[in-house]
Design a protein around this ligand. Structure first.
Ligand SMILES: C[S@@+](CC[C@H](N)C(=O)[O-])C[C@H]1O[C@@H](n2cnc3c(N)ncnc32)[C@H](O)[C@@H]1O
Ligand code: SF4
Length: 417
């Protein structure tokens, strides 16, 4: 696994230099050239913990949650005060954990954000199906939330049992969504669960749109090494058939593909915190990606609160990219949106994409992974499959390793990936 990602990294960065993360204080945050800056806030509380979930999360405790939100607001002001003047950002995504558990503090959080940032494309929040009630939705809407992402996983009891979750009350959920409408209602599903068929998945897609979604995310099940859950992995060939089948089904239904895993039923519906050129993260485990650096906060909720109360940085690890490393990172996430815009690349890096990766683009076109459309390269369904296949390696070689370390150590000294 590591061999594949290492060779790809060496090829595309033209160097044997790995990604090196250290605990050295991050250099001064510079927003030079960050035109499409996004914001991400992490709220790590859940009512119960799922055995398959890799995210930074802890069981909800009222007192700890309240202390954490105070700390989060401190971090927002700490960064905001260093900006000088209000900064325009595209979007704000609040993920977790289950951030809707802190719905009654959402207004405080968004008020703090709005003191320093102007948000142009809306505010998204993640919910567990249990949180989809009229009072919670009203509270979120009144605070300024415009997009919801609900973790359904499956509407079918047999797969909820596999995942160790309870059945979703679809009727109650759709009633609440009809009573309090939002611009985007996205529903998350997990595919490639043992025994899952295309018919099962298509039924889930239909149910999502019937019960109030206008956007869906269909994530492949990823078996992280550090999660306690034991779910049998689906063989690759079966997974590909399922991915191709459900992609064709969504497109036939008139959906627009908004990224490798996401589909919108209508134009304008969108939910993606990942496909930003640059972003600022707040809260434990939140990452920040700027032009020349990537940094990630501690995964320890306690340490995070303590650092914020003392007025100290919560950054655990920082990586200073070489130019080629940054290009690879940029292209990986641009490809996730199924489109790489050559003009945008040149604006960001000051050099034509063709000049840096002309040979690779030709090869990808020849292999049928991409096709050219004016100034953009569009990923084909074949390309999306291989991206998905590669992403599994990337997730297990990079994310699994980094999160695995950070779960055990609040402030590790260094990490090489
Ligand atoms: C933070 S949770 C969503 C909100 C809420 N906590 C919930 O579970 O309903 C984010 C999403 O990540 C996806 N996810 C979690 N663990 C996964 C795994 N091992 N493989 C694939 N997707 C996963 C699930 O679809 C989940 O809805
Ligand atoms: S899937 Fe959602 S509810 Fe389950 S542990 Fe992860 S964040 Fe919490």
């Amino acid at each position: 696994m590591g061999v594949i990602t290492n060779l790809t990294r060496m090829w595309l960065t033209r160097s044997v230099k790995p990604f090196l993360f250290t605990d050295e204080p991050a250099p001064q945050t510079s927003f030079k050239g960050c035109r499409n800056l996004g914001l991400y806030l992490h709220i790590p509380f859940c009512s119960s913990i799922c055995g398959f979930c890799p995210y930074c999360k802890v069981l909800y405790q009222e007192e700890l949650c309240s202390r954490y939100i105070d700390a989060l607001i401190r971090e927002i002001h700490r960064t905001g005060n260093s900006l000088g003047k209000k900064k325009t950002v595209t979007s704000l995504y609040i993920g977790g954990g289950t951030p809707a558990l802190a719905a009654d503090r959402m207004k405080d959080i968004l008020d703090a954000v709005r003191q320093h940032f102007i948000i142009t494309e809306g505010v998204g929040v993640e919910l567990h199906p249990d949180n989809v009630t009229v009072p919670v939705l009203r509270t979120l809407k009144e605070a300024g939330v415009t997009k919801l992402s609900i973790g359904i996983q499956s509407f079918q009891k047999k797969y909820q049992t596999v995942l160790g979750r309870k059945t979703v009350d679809a009727a109650a959920m759709s009633e609440a969504l009809a009573a309090v409408p939002f611009e985007t209602v996205s529903m998350d599903f997990i595919f490639a669960l043992p025994g899952q068929t295309l018919r099962d998945l298509a039924a889930d897609v239909d149910a999502a749109f019937t019960h109030g979604a206008n956007h869906i995310a269909i994530y492949p099940f990823i078996d992280f090494t550090f999660t306690p859950g034991k779910i049998r992995r689906m063989p690759e060939r079966e997974k590909r058939r399922l991915l191709d089948g459900i992609t064709a089904y969504c497109l036939k239904r008139g959906c627009i593909r908004t990224s490798v895993w996401t589909f919108a039923r209508e134009k304008g519906a969108g939910y993606s915190s990942m496909t930003r050129e640059t972003y600022l993260g707040f809260g434990c485990s939140a990452a920040t990606l700027l032009r020349g650096q990537f940094k990630i906060n501690t995964f320890s909720v306690e340490e995070y609160c303590r650092r914020m109360e003392r007025g100290e940085s919560a950054t655990a690890l920082t990586c200073r990219f070489s130019r080629r490393q940054r290009m690879v990172y940029y292209l990986f996430w641009a490809a996730y949106s199924t489109r790489v815009d050559a003009g945008e690349f040149e604006r960001f890096f000051g050099i034509p994409l063709k000049k840096m990766y002309g040979m690779e683009l030709k090869l990808a076109e020849w292999l049928g992974f991409i096709r050219k459309d004016k100034d953009s390269y569009i990923m084909t369904p074949k390309g999306a499959y291989y991206y998905h296949y590669y992403e599994n390696f990337y997730t297990l070689s990079y994310i699994d390793k980094m999160w695995g370390v950070l779960r055990n150590e609040a402030f590790p000294k260094r990490l090489t990936l």
